[in-house]
Design a protein around this ligand. Sequence first.
Ligand code: 5HY
Length: 245
Amino acid sequence: MRILVINPNTTPSMTAKIGLSAQAVASDTTEITTLSPDKGPASIEGFYDEAYCVPGVLEIIRKGEIMGYDGYVIACFDDPGVDAAREIATKPAIGICQAAMYAASMVSTSFSVVTTLPRSIPIIERLAQHYGMTHFCRRVRAAALPVLSLEDPHSNAIEQIKAEIYQALEQDRAESIILGCAGMSDLAQWLSCETGVPVIDGVGAAVKMVEALIGLGLKTSKVGAYGFPLPKPYQGDFAPNQWES
Ligand code: 5HY
């Protein structure tokens, strides 16, 4: 099977890191391709960045459908554009937040999320509600670091994340930890060993769940909300994005 992993931001080093994390857990028979849009924000930190990364993500999904991919992973913890992606995709499309929360709920009775900046907390809290995960989610915390500091080997990012994890274990009584940014995907295994609790990376969780859905022969329903968009004229720069029946 062929899975297309999309990093919705435009930072090549993070796209490469996400690709390695996806490849590391993929089955031998799974071919992973990792892409990012050629337009949009260098990192996604808040609603505005999130809104502007979506058109690029959807263009990649449209190309993926033409190229016959079997499934998609949207590798940003805000799960940007996942519902719109499911409208244009016939194959399964999963966001890393949803995947990580469902995985955590199967290996623990409670989890806390450690994300980057405080402004991402309300976005993730809303997603926990949307996915029916509020009774599992003890707290969404921020390690107070910009997303791109995860790309800087000289930053103190890893220590800040670790410190926040210990706070979560102590104060939230969390039984597992979810890393709330795709840029943290390479830290999960090491942090699990360091902390002694499951530390979950959404990129890996989403790849395994897409593999499972493909293995079950499941496709995205084209009945109702995830049916193909209705053809209509789009104006201006988005004219090329209008849906043709
Ligand atoms: C992410 N931003 O996973 C989110 C995390 C965040 O560019 N990739 C990003 O902080 O919202």
